[in-house]
Design a protein. Structure first.
Length: 233
């Protein structure tokens, strides 16, 4: 039986029952090209980015130390106070290996929510510039407080999802969508626990990033589809 508790996919970030009328702020499908009208791209060293038309994806590849590929939306998406912000991003990660960083999420260089594979460790991250410098709250997979997701294979096709309250001090849930169901794996709770906002702003872009800090093998991450929605209208 489907749970309707606070961590269920049946309710949004503010505990409202989910209905099928979210307001779409952004969507991206890479069917015909790399979507240059929606996405910026920054490539360092010998990193590459190639559109895969038969897979409706972009392959982001690194091989040598210093290589990186960052694809980030040109737009920042407005957070509406008191309404849940819901993000979906599909991807296929590269096999986990030392010297390789892979990131998918709702983030820029200063703030955001990130699903990261750091070497062989999968993590969820809240990045914040509230202190005037970048500080990251990093939680490794074996410390996730809802589901440590032994079933997760980062190198297969996955749909990362996050929904969040901001209001400066709200809750952030992160996880994956599998077989039509939400699998929340971790929640970051802030109200009553911090003395400032947990990040400067929740008006942020979507990002995909892969980077090598050493020579790596077969390091290609595929960007597929993404969407940002404001729930409850």
């Amino acid at each position: 039986m489907l749970s309707v508790g606070a961590d269920s996919g049946a309710v949004d970030a503010f505990g409202r029952a989910r209905v099928s009328e979210p307001f779409t702020l952004f969507d991206s499908a890479l069917r015909y090209d790399k979507g240059s009208e929606k996405w910026n791209e920054i490539i360092a060293a010998s990193g590459t980015s190639v559109h895969l038309p038969n897979e409706s994806s972009v392959a982001m590849t690194v091989t040598a130390s210093g290589d990186s590929v960052l694809r980030r939306t040109k737009r920042n998406f407005p957070y509406l106070p008191g309404k849940s912000l819901l993000v979906y991003q599909s991807f296929v990660g590269a096999p986990l290996q030392n010297g390789l960083i892979q990131e998918v999420g709702y983030f820029n260089n200063q703030n955001g929510i990130i699903c990261r594979a750091s070497g062989t460790t999968v993590q969820f991250v809240v990045r914040s510039f509230a202190s005037g410098s970048v500080v990251e709250n990093v939680v490794n997979q074996d410390q996730w407080n809802l589901d440590t997701a032994e079933w997760l294979d980062f190198s297969k096709a996955n749909i990362f999802t996050t929904d969040l309250e901001w209001l400066g001090v709200g809750r952030v849930r992160v996880g994956f969508v599998r077989d039509g169901e939400f699998y929340y794996c971790h929640e970051f709770n802030h109200a009553g626990q911090i003395d400032s906002v947990y990040m400067t702003s929740a008006t942020l872009p979507l990002s995909y990033r892969i980077a090598a800090t050493a020579a790596v093998s077969g390091a290609t991450m595929k960007q597929i589809c993404s969407s940002v929605m404001s729930e409850a209208g």
